[in-house]
Design a protein around this ligand. Structure first.
Ligand code: PRP
Ligand code: GUN
Ligand code: MG
Length: 160
């Protein structure tokens, strides 16, 4: 259960994706990219632009918590990627590593990269940008909106 939150802005996400692309330059060139939907799609688009990669496929993994007891299920395969040879898999983050593990099993020859990694999922990645504590929930820019916060002076002062 997450007890802290880490908010990632669009600017920060763009910078982190560019940094990942820069590191990946030494691992390529890649024939194509497989984005893990949905969170991997925006990072994959930024990285594809940087690496001049135009072949992009997607793989969709859903983790059903109640019915399937957390067992992940693949709802779309990345058919263009074969066994993953020459391909780069991109996701926004690894947490438990369940999603990454399943995708790696399906594309064993691909390189796996993500922006953020929590300790439990970190060993499953080849490359990531920032490590995040296991008890921290990453808030992505597509899941958040700026919120009005009243000034301190607008509230009655609590006397000690
Ligand atoms: O390492 P794990 O514990 O498997 O968690 C990481 C996965 O969880 C999130 O996706 P989610 O399944 O919530 O779907 P989404 O990408 O469509 O938001 C995130 O985008 C990763 O893909
Ligand atoms: N947005 C978001 N989705 C997740 N899925 C698994 N862990 C996380 C997280 O920290 N943030
Ligand atoms: Mg995801």
């Amino acid at each position: 259960m997450a007890t802290n939150y880490a908010t990632v802005t669009w600017d920060q996400l763009h910078r982190d994706a560019r940094q990942l692309a820069s590191t990946l330059m030494t691992r390529g060139p890649f024939r194509g990219i497989v984005a893990i939907t949905r969170g991997g799609m925006i990072p994959a688009a930024i990285i594809a632009r940087e690496l001049d990669c135009r072949l992009i496929d997607t793989i969709s993994v859903v983790t059903y918590d109640e019915e399937r007891m957390g067992e992940p299920s693949v709802v779309k395969n990345a058919d263009a990627a074969g066994d993953g040879e020459g391909f780069l898999i991109i996701d926004d983050l690894v947490d438990s590593g369940v999603t990454a593990q399943l995708v790696r099993k399906m594309l064993p020859k691909a390189v796996f990269a993500c922006l953020y990694a929590k300790p439990a999922g970190r060993p499953i990645t080849d490359i990531f940008v920032v490590e995040v504590p296991q008890d921290t929930w990453v808030l992505f820019p597509w899941d958040t909106a700026p919120l009005f916060i009243p000034p301190l002076a607008s509230k009655p002062v609590e006397k000690a």
